[in-house]
Unconditional design. Structure first.
Length: 298
């Protein structure tokens, strides 16, 4: 028997099932909407239950929870957050960013929050263990973001958004098989949503200018040669499977020790080493096919 789909309410729950998030919802909109949907499913409430306490019809609540039609005002989102037990501070930050992403004016955003006072009185600080986790990984998360996002402000925003999403989903993170892995996947989704892509693959050639090897070269000809090789390497790296790609990004770009990569990705050290070996084999066979053929000739 197939396990139940966690994205849907239990089979015995009354009412129509909530549909998926619409494709038109932006990345930041999804970032706060997904934890809200998860809290809704976990609550056992129906849209009819919520509509009694939130001034919206069931059809409009369904649209809000699917990211359909008009972007919702903060008064409604904050009311839902209260009913579903979500922390206001990270939710409001993500809601505000998504509103601007949806081309809402700053005046609209300000007017939408004028009458909301609960923001400063409810869940104003993240859990202690969440804060400790974020302090431990923040600098390394920034390094990962810098490999793909050329703008420093956008890098910091990606990491801040990651921590806000984790705050909203912290109970799920703690209940997951590995909190570090849960967090890393949130970071990766958030960073990749801001990363330019070509043919569906992340483009991060700009990071070649910041590699450790390049910083130690003073000869201009050697720097140019190293830069050309590194750009070619990064183009091939983008074709790697996710785990191998992340391992190589941290190991090649920032020379992180295997143990730290293991901690950040939530992977066993042996799996990190194995991922690196497989990735290096693929990169060498792709970049230097003639040398590889010569090495296998009887």
């Amino acid at each position: 028997m197939m396990p139940p789909d966690p994205s849907q309410p239990p089979p015995g729950r009354p009412g129509r099932k909530l549909g998926p998030i619409t494709e038109s919802a932006g990345s930041i909109h999804r970032a706060w909407l997904e934890p809200m949907r998860e809290a809704y499913f976990a609550s056992g409430r129906t849209l009819g239950d919520l509509s009694v306490e939130v001034p919206l019809a069931k059809s409009k609540l369904s649209e809000l929870l699917r990211g359909a039609n008009l972007y919702p005002r903060w008064e409604i989102v904050s009311r839902l957050a209260t009913l579903l037990g979500l922390p206001y501070v990270p939710l409001h930050r993500l809601w505000k960013q998504a509103a601007l992403e949806a081309h809402k004016s700053r005046d609209w955003v300000d007017r939408s929050t004028d009458n909301t006072t609960a923001l400063t009185t409810t869940h104003a600080a993240p859990p202690i263990d969440h804060r400790a986790f974020c302090e431990d990984v923040e600098q390394d998360y920034l390094l990962y973001a810098q490999a793909f996002i050329p703008d420093d402000c956008q890098c910091e925003a990606a990491v801040t958004d990651t921590f806000d999403i984790l705050w909203l989903s912290w109970n799920d993170a703690l209940a997951s098989a590995d909190t570090r892995r849960f967090a890393w996947e949130v970071l990766r989704r958030t960073v990749m949503s801001r990363t330019p892509h070509i043919d569906g693959r992340p483009c991060f050639s700009q990071a070649a200018f910041d590699t450790v090897e390049l910083t130690y070269l003073t000869d201009e000809e050697a720097r140019t040669r190293q830069l050309t090789e590194t750009i070619a390497l990064f183009q091939v790296m983008s074709r790697l499977p996710v785990n191998q790609f992340d391992v190589m990004a941290l190991r090649i770009l920032w020379r992180m020790p295997t143990e730290r990569v293991s901690e950040l990705l939530g992977l066993a050290p042996a799996l990190v080493r194995s991922s690196q070996r497989h990735a290096e084999h693929f990169l060498k066979s792709t970049l230097y096919p003639l040398e590889n053929d010569e090495g296998t000739t009887p």
